[in-house]
Design a protein around this ligand. Structure first.
Ligand SMILES: [Zn+2]
Ligand SMILES: [Zn+2]
Length: 170
């Protein structure tokens, strides 16, 4: 989508979009503009507003569009307790979680929201730059490098390992 297409679709001026795309770091923007852009791009408002302390320092990245029906996108449930996840516990090595990534057709990007196992909100795009995942089994956004999979504490890993052992025994 070009700047002028997006401007027309969102009902904002092309100058506004150009200013947002070329902005380095912080930029003041009317919340209504953000809502219009999020609707036009079919991505959540949160994907357009980086948390304040996490403004990308490599300059602002261009806004992302949702996948089309010709794309495949990947989602992951980031709830460490989700029973869809696998935990690998090897003697002498730190336990590892194998996160349950799932692939879907881009045409249903909007419909995919919650994990069918635990009901948790699925992660389907980078919380910082809004890029949807065009492959699974990754810990980082392939676009901006932000870590998207939570780093688990030893306590949480311990709980997961004990649960797995419990399942195997009982
Ligand atoms: Zn889940
Ligand atoms: Zn990203």
């Amino acid at each position: 989508m070009s700047q002028s297409d997006l401007a027309e679709k969102a009902g904002v001026s092309q100058a506004t979009i150009s200013r947002l795309e070329n902005a380095a770091g912080d930029v003041a923007v009317d919340l209504r503009t953000v809502h219009r852009l999020s609707a036009a791009l079919r991505i959540p408002v949160s994907a357009l507003i980086p948390p304040r302390e996490e403004v990308p320092d490599r300059g602002a990245l261009p806004l992302m569009m949702a996948p089309t029906e010709h794309d495949e996108f990947w989602v992951v449930c980031t709830n460490p307790m989700c029973s869809d996840n696998e935990i690998i516990a090897r003697r002498g090595a730190k336990p590892e979680v194998v996160w349950a990534w799932d692939e879907f057709d881009g045409g249903i990007f909007e419909q995919i929201q919650y994990c069918s196992e635990c009901g948790g909100k699925l992660l389907k795009c980078c919380p910082k730059c809004g890029k949807w995942f065009d492959r699974g089994d990754t810990k980082y956004c392939m676009r901006c490098g932000t870590r998207v999979i939570p780093e688990l504490s030893d306590e949480t890993l311990g709980v997961l390992v004990r649960r797995k052992l419990g399942e195997e025994i009982g």
